[in-house]
Design a protein around this ligand. Structure first.
Ligand code: SAH
Length: 216
């Protein structure tokens, strides 16, 4: 784990102010982003860039999402304390840490074993007892802890996995970026066992959502 300093704290406050200017209004999401040290989730070579509003590389050719995207997806989730949230695509673990800081019970799955190990270790060192990490293919969800209040996919999918819809509570929703080269941020609300309402929240760009797992 890296060092935390007043300088980092100041940079985070500036980042949060810029997210507010860009239209993020969820004060609880902003408060979480104000306290979680994003530089902990990056290689020390990128620590100085951690509070720019940019996606950055992590291991295995993956990325930590841009802070604006994290804030936007978190806002769409309308996180309530003790919500059961399934995240697909742990990556660095940063998004999970934001949800965990907001008091959600977080289940997060990652298909790259190396990323899974790193994120699990870091989140444990940071004392997140409400975040559980799994090395899994997220196209299948995480059926043993279903149903979830909310499900968040943080990679770009070309279709909505039925397993994720099945693992949602009635009245819950799935936030998923859909599309090939760029993605539409979709929020799919489960009204009844087989009725859904879809909302389109605009264009984003994610690394691809891929089936199967990759061992270390
Ligand atoms: N939420 C992450 C973003 C990481 S990028 C963060 O805050 O850092 C998206 C991640 O989704 C990548 O790590 C990628 O390996 C993972 N991913 C892609 N397809 C997946 C799948 N089918 N199951 C689980 N994880 C997947």
């Amino acid at each position: 784990m890296q060092e935390e300093s007043y300088r980092h704290k100041g940079l985070r406050q500036k980042l949060v102010a810029s997210l507010r200017k860009k239209g993020i209004t969820d004060e609880r999401a902003l408060a979480a982003m104000d306290v979680v040290p994003r530089h902990f989730f990056l290689d020390s070579a990128f620590a100085d860039l951690a509070y720019d509003d940019k996606a950055l590389p992590i291991e295995r050719e993956q990325t930590i999402s841009q802070p604006y995207t994290v804030a936007f997806q978190t806002q769409l989730l309308e996180v309530k304390k003790r919500d059961r949230i399934l995240e697909i695509g742990t990556g660095s673990g940063y998004q999970a840490a934001i949800l965990g800081t907001m008091g959600a019970r977080v289940f997060t799955v990652e298909r790259q074993e190396q990323l899974y190990h790193q994120a699990k270790k870091l989140l444990a060192e940071m004392n997140f007892s409400n975040i559980r990490c799994y090395f899994r293919d997220g196209t299948k969800g995480l059926p043993e802890f279903a149903p979830y209040d909310k499900i968040l996919v943080t990679a770009g999918a070309t279709e909505v996995p039925q397993a994720l819809l099945d693992q949602l509570k009635i009245g819950g929703w799935l936030v998923i970026p859909l599309g090939r080269r760029s993605q539409k941020m979709m929020r799919i609300i489960k009204k009844t066992e087989n009725e859904y309402v879809e909302e389109d929240w605009g264009d984003f760009r994610f690394v691809p959502f891929i089936g199967g797992t990759e061992p270390e």
